[in-house]
Design a protein around this ligand. Structure first.
Ligand SMILES: [Zn+2]
Length: 82
C-alpha cells in the first residue's frame, strides 16, 4: 500500500475471453467505485482523460467479459464463422 498519494490506483488482471491473454489494467479505485455504484462508465471515466478502449477494459472488469483488441478485430470480422 502506498501512502502520501491521493490517487488510489490498483492493478487488475483482465483476461481475454477469446485468446485468454491477460492484460493488466490500472484503475483509479475511486472512479471504479463510482462506476460500480451506478455512474455511467463515460461519466466515471470521461474523455479525453480516458479513451473508449480503456473504458472497454473497465466494463470488462465489471462484467467479467472482455475481448482484447486483437480478438475484437477477428470477432467482428468473422462473427458469422465458428
Ligand atoms: Zn484476445
Amino acid at each position: 500500500m502506498t501512502t502520501g498519494n491521493l490517487t488510489t490506483e490498483q492493478d487488475y488482471s483482465l483476461a481475454c475471453n477469446v485468446c485468454a491473454v491477460v492484460q493488466t489494467v490500472r484503475v483509479c479505485t475511486v472512479r471504479k467505485d463510482k462506476y460500480l455504484h451506478g455512474l455511467m462508465v463515460q461519466e466515471a471515466f470521461p474523455e479525453p482523460e480516458f479513451n473508449s478502449a480503456y473504458r472497454e477494459q473497465i466494463i470488462g472488469l465489471r462484467s467479467g467479459y472482455h475481448v482484447c483488441d486483437d480478438c475484437w478485430d477477428s470477432v467482428t470480422a468473422y462473427e458469422e464463422e465458428e
